[in-house]
Design a protein around this ligand. Sequence first.
Ligand SMILES: [Zn+2]
Length: 259
Amino acid sequence: MSDYDNLITYIRSSFNIGIDADAVQFSENSRLKLIYKSPVNVYVAPVILPSLKDRTAKYLHYVRLALDMYSAALLNKIEFNITEYGEPFDFEINWGKVNRKYAGKCYLPLDWYPKQSMVIGIVDMDNNPVDDADVFHVIIHELGHALGLGHSSDKYDVMSCCGEYATSLSSNDIFVLQLLYSIGNKRSFKDEEKYIHDCIDEYLLEIKKKSIRKKENISENPITPNKQKSLIEKLDSISDVNKYRILLQDIKLNALVKT
Ligand SMILES: [Zn+2]
């Protein structure tokens, strides 16, 4: 699949999320499911599996890193606040078991907003702990769904359904996220088709000009605490790639209201 076709699939899948992100037949009238809210309150449940209880702090740290990635990708227009038990929340993250079908899950209820629940698989079917990097990937992937991203068919994108288990957002992921948030809810793919095609053309041209390959954006080991800073710096430079686009969309993004 060409880069162009992949981006179209990725974007259309995002319009379809909540209906069926994997549907081959896209509905022309499906709408985006985006969280226009800042801060977004995130409750992270403790790990209750007795053998992995001591991982609660580590996984909480991974969630924080993943949320920081998304804030950076959205140029800090959306921030995330980790809430204590019992406080109101928008997203909820629980820890569970991987099964045959999925390594993680994001529930998008019909009245999807504001509460979305994610389950991240931390033990495999034989009850062995899942690799840290895989846990981290699944956290980023499921948060991507909660923020409104569908599936990509490019294996280096974090939203790939069956790819390389990327542990940071690719330039495609960031581009699609910024594009969707510049469109806003209540618009259909059909409404925005021309705008979407124009943005993809511009993005692919920019990528070509800067000779950026998506693979280069994948951090080697972002989950080691001392690499945290360099990861965020890297993300800043990735989102620079797309800033040209955001400037055009600033009016719409400024409509975000802090509550
Ligand atoms: Zn998925």
